[in-house]
Design a protein around this ligand. Sequence first.
Ligand code: NAD
Ligand code: WQD
Length: 338
Amino acid sequence: MRVLVTGGAGYIGSHTVLSLLEKGHVPVVVDNLSNSSVESLNRVTEITGKPIEFHNIDLCDEEAFPSFMREQTFDAILHFAGFKAVGESVANPLKYYKNNIGSTLSLLKAIDATTSTNPPKVIFSSSATVYGSSTELPLTESSKTGEGITNPYGFTKFVCERILADTAEANSAFQAIALRYFNPIGAHESGRIGENPSGIPNNLAPYITQVASGKLSELSVFGDDYDTADGTGVRDYIHVMDVAEGHVAALSLTESGFHAINLGTGKGTSVIELIKAFEKVVGAPVPFSVSPRRPGDIAACYADTSLAKQLLGWSSTRYISEACADAWRWQSQNPKGY
Ligand code: NAD
Ligand code: WQD
């Protein structure tokens, strides 16, 4: 398939471009490099031996993006482009509503999603954050969404899902899939591509690898008084290559309409367990101290993975230990990122 990959130079996008190439698809990347470097794609080419068509375009650019789309045809679109820093979205909500919702609207307009008789399917990067304060565990796709979302970033995912669902409702020829990622971590096993956060990482795994490498001095564990086995927060950490392969599997789903599908492992891991898993691969202790809970955090969150298995024939295949080893290989071989 000829596949448009928006945000394809980013963390999850670049790993997915690699998976697409491995399966013989033809990815075309559109990214404005606002949170990435084109070096990620150079390295994917180095790994696969295949060139990648890249266009530096902002999806919200009302001239350049529609004009690009008029010249192209795609069988499917993987829509990763968007901003993702939860804290920044609280400080600057309009930036997030504008870019994340604006880019999705711009994409749907460019493919005439409401009226076209043969629009390309859209596979959207959603997030477990849409489940908000739902406490049902494991989280299934029919668990409540929207209630208790504590930040604008999370709301943009909720709203974009709704936009896609309404559009699929209006046009039976349009298929949209929202893949709700749990917590993607790790890197490609080559150590050549990986997560490249700008500034101090917001997420646990890159924070741990930067402490382990000596770049940061100590990890703060946000709360050890949750109602979990060891008191620290529990999440469903999934290897980024499993997430990438989930997208390739979703290309084959033919049933029309809107589908929301969890991409997780189904297994919960606590902050302390993740620290221990990293210590094993690093071969040294990761210094940490306990600090107060982070506002907006929930105690535990992990996926029911049966729908992905049923609809996509996909389930995760990699262990947390592999994700930690691959993240560490990437961090230690690329201490300054790209
Ligand atoms: P990332 O920041 O590495 O990748 C996003 C890419 O989109 C970047 O390359 C950025 O330059 C590009 N981009 C942003 N706005 C754009 C625009 N208007 N036009 C063109 N390009 C634009 O993030 P990621 O971790 O790879 O996440 C990819 C997607 O998955 C995002 O939508 C994110 O919200 C979602 N997601 C990520 C996680 C996670 O933990 N990483 C979890 C759930 C969902
Ligand atoms: C994981 C656990 C923290 C950092 C976020 C977004 C979500 C999705 C994935 C994009 C929690 C604890 C963290 C630290 C810590 N992103 N922690 N010390 O919050 O589950 O999800 O990223 O869609 O939308 O909300 O991930 O990695 O930030 O935190 O103790 O320095 O690690 O409290 O229990 P989170 P995270």
